[in-house]
Design a protein around this ligand. Structure first.
Ligand code: PGA
Length: 269
């Protein structure tokens, strides 16, 4: 399947994880992301820790640049209830949060997120929210890659989203295309400084697109954005951004540094 990259808008997410501080909101909004070239097409999704979301939303509104959006790093799969320490999507939409990261490997490895719980979060948001969008993370560990199981792992992570026999209506397909972004994040590349090669990332992205083509049709496979995450920085982003199946990045460590701007602009030229 040839992929028509031009029709998919470049997206760069900044996942601060449990990093950052109040003054960083000002730096990011008045310096790092200020005055992006007016003809540059991109979605930038800044995802700070929960307590900073309202401050970031206020600061982003002041920027008056619809390209800059705000995301949460996780959500709970229920709307309300006795879940101490958790945050639900209606609370986030209430604040004006546009996006949620779901199924990040650190949530999977450290906090018991499973393929099923991550998929349940996506399905709940799609059903119950009118607008919230999801960056859904998948990716294999080093052990799984070395055992030649990369595609099998990706397949099972995606299969939870689209169980065998699912039939998406035309309306569903349009909704999925707008509200789902898949982030391929090989676990061995996250926070390690060991970025995937353009070939490794491209092969995984092409596999993800093929999965959608086979299970949800060519149109969704063409439209869904697949972004790469894992040790992306100013030095390696351009080569990755030029690959036909890579539609953007989910950036951790570099998202709280000035080089985030270079990554955001890496599709230029
Ligand atoms: P990293 O993290 O850029 O620090 O490797 C990426 C991520 O976890 O999304």
């Amino acid at each position: 399947m040839t992929s028509d990259k031009k029709s998919r808008k470049f997206l760069v997410g900044g996942n601060w994880k449990m990093n950052g501080y109040r003054a960083l909101i000002d730096t990011v909004t008045t310096m790092t992301l200020a005055d992006l070239p007016s003809d540059y097409s991109v979605d930038v999704v800044v995802c700070p820790p929960f307590p900073y979301l309202p401050l970031l939303i206020t600061a982003v509104r002041k920027m008056s640049d619809p390209r800059i959006q705000v995301g949460a790093q996780n959500i709970h799969s229920e709307r309300t209830g006795a879940f101490t320490g958790e945050v639900s999507f209606p609370m986030l939409t209430d604040l004006g949060v546009d996006w949620a990261i779901v199924g990040h490997s650190e949530r999977r490895q450290l906090y018991g997120e499973t393929n099923e719980s991550a998929a349940a979060k996506f399905h709940m948001i799609l059903k119950d929210s009118y607008s919230m969008r999801v960056i859904f993370c998948v990716g294999e560990t080093l052990e799984e890659r070395e055992a030649g199981r990369t595609e099998a792992v990706l397949e099972s992570q995606l299969r939870a989203l689209l169980p065998e026999g699912t039939v998406l209506s035309e309306e569903d397909r349009l909704k999925w295309a707008v509200r789902l972004v898949v982030a391929y994040e090989p676990v061995w590349a996250i926070g390690t400084g060991k970025v995937a090669t353009a070939e490794q990332a491209s092969a995984a992205h092409a596999f993800i697109r093929k999965f959608f083509a086979e299970n949800a049709g060519d149109t969704l496979a063409q439209d869904v954005r697949v972004i790469y995450g894992g040790s992306v920085n100013a030095g390696n982003c351009r080569e990755l951004a030029s690959q036909p199946d890579i539609d953007g990045f989910l950036v951790g460590g570099a998202s709280i540094k000035g080089e985030f701007r270079d990554i955001v602009l890496s599709r230029r030229g």
